[in-house]
Design a protein around this ligand. Structure first.
Ligand SMILES: [Zn+2]
Length: 485
């Protein structure tokens, strides 16, 4: 089994914020979960660098555009490392491997007869990098960016999007192409009410971007180019990763770009004769301390600053617990601190240190041989993960952590004199911690490794999440897992 997951690629007109971090963390959790299942996983993220707004931001910063996108793209790559992502690749749409494929696919669609020359006139929102209809405007402004669009009129090539209306509708009506259902229904009703118009896919007034292969005066419209990253990164059409991993199993994106991924992208692929992705999962937006994150509100907290302040695992843990997956949700430092102190340091950290201290004291640091009294329902969790219910899966894992805490409090091993009984209790706890370290690995990988190190065992797979697999080993009790803040 293979599993190919992608995040959206980020505009590099500004440094990353917590919303970028959230999307990447969730995608990483999903990728790591599938690796635990023994699947061959390819996890892609990257940066969208051909957008006009990158060029504009570079002009404002008085830096040459290429240099500007190089600098900012580095910030996103650095963020991936700081978030402890397990991505297999990082694509930049200014790379030659991408430019080549974007032109190739544009040519393929043109040769198919699906691209023709015309004139475009309409409102264009720089923020969206898209033409928007008058109907979409709120008080004359783009509702997504709260900015007035500009009126553009120019020669343009058009993609015959309208030709694919019925096929795309049929596709998005299938059950699992767009998840969650709410996002699927939004697209179905929008498609039914608006219908599909042909899409302008080239611009003439730009210096920045990928030149169309059919007309040197025109640059490829940035969305048409950007979406292609999902196949260009794999080496479409001949390289091994493409043959092995395409079609994508999950495009993991935010709700603002649902239309591009579930309407335009499939139509492009249909035209080019490329197989369609299996699922587009649409997550919600994140607010910070109850407020929308935006430059004008001045609350754009650099996620790297947060990570340096709190370390990465408490952030990964709290952000997933706090936000109902697929919905909008709030992330706050206050909640992060509470969860760090109560759940991570107390529930989990104390469970490990109490267990290991007792093994050290009573069995000379050697895990005794016995039989575990606690079991765990792995199928329930796996089902939640298959349904992308990350927050519920993590809550379910935490129930098991607390089941272990209840067990230790009920059994009071520090009062037990009977050796056999004590062996059983401590074996049960150590064996359960082994299972917990596997389950938590996708969510808080560093912590999972620390637990394994202290138990002196190797990380298992999902198949190993059943009791009594722990062998007699000499533990290496170390520092407490979390510091209280
Ligand atoms: Zn906009």
């Amino acid at each position: 089994m293979k599993f190919y997951i992608t995040t959206a690629i980020d505009y590099v007109n500004a440094p990353p914020h917590i919303g970028h971090a959230y999307e990447k963390i969730c995608a990483d959790v999903i990728a790591r979960w599938h690796r635990l299942k023994g699947e061959k996983v390819y996890f892609l993220t990257g940066t969208d660098e051909n957008a006009q707004k990158n060029e504009q931001a570079a002009k404002e910063a008085k830096i040459e555009t290429k240099k500007f996108v190089d600098q900012n793209s580095k910030l996103f790559e650095e963020l991936c490392k700081k978030l402890n992502l397990s991505n297999d690749d990082f694509i930049r749409t200014t790379q030659a491997r991408h430019t080549k494929v974007a032109q190739e696919i544009f040519k393929k669609v043109f040769d198919k007869g699906d691209i023709y020359k015309g004139n475009y006139e309409g409102y264009y929102c720089q923020g969206c990098e898209a033409f928007i209809t008058e109907k979409e405007l709120v008080d004359g402004k783009c509702p997504e960016h709260n900015k007035e669009p500009e009126w553009l009129k120019e020669e343009s090539y058009f993609f015959k999007l309208s030709k694919y209306q019925d096929k795309v509708l049929k596709l998005i009506e299938t059950n699992t192409f767009i998840l969650p259902q709410k996002r699927r229904n939004e697209m179905i009703s929008r498609l039914k009410s608006e219908g599909l118009k042909d899409l302008s896919v080239s611009r003439t007034n730009l210096d920045w971007g990928i030149t169309t292969p059919i007309d040197k005066k025109h640059k490829i419209y940035v969305w048409f180019d950007a979406l292609i990253n999902y196949v260009s990164a794999l080496g479409y059409p001949d390289e091994k990763p493409y043959k092995e991993f395409w079609p994508a199993d999950c495009h993991y994106i935010g709700k603002g770009i649902n239309w591009f991924h579930t309407i335009i992208w499939p139509a492009m692929l249909m035209s080019a004769g490329i197989p369609l992705p299996k699922t587009v999962y649409v997550h919600g937006y994140i607010t910070l301390n109850g407020k929308k994150i935006s430059k004008s509100l001045g609350n754009v907290i650099d996620p790297i600053f947060l990570i340096d302040k709190y370390e990465i695992d408490p952030i990964r843990y709290a952000i997933i617990r706090d936000i109902p997956h697929g919905e909008d949700g709030d992330f706050s430092e206050k909640s992060l601190i509470n969860r760090n102190n109560n759940e991570l340091a107390n529930d989990l950290g104390n469970l490990l240190s109490r267990t290991l201290t007792l093994i050290e004291k009573n069995f000379n640091s050697e895990i005794p041989e016995s039989k575990s009294e606690l079991t765990f329902d792995i199928e329930k969790i796996d089902k939640l993960m298959q349904n992308y219910e990350l927050d519920k899966a993590l809550a379910e894992i935490w129930k098991f952590v607390n089941k272990c805490n209840k067990y230790i409090n009920d059994k009071k091993p520090w009062e037990i004199k009977d050796k056999k009984e004590l062996e059983k209790i401590l074996y049960t706890l150590a064996d359960s911690l082994r299972i917990i370290s596997i389950l938590l690995h996708p969510f808080i990988p560093e912590t999972s490794e620390k637990i394994n190190k202290q138990l002196n065992i190797q990380l298992g797979t999902l198949k190993d999440c059943k009791p009594n697999l722990l062998k007699k080993t000499k533990i290496k009790k170390g520092e407490h897992l979390f510091k209280k803040i």
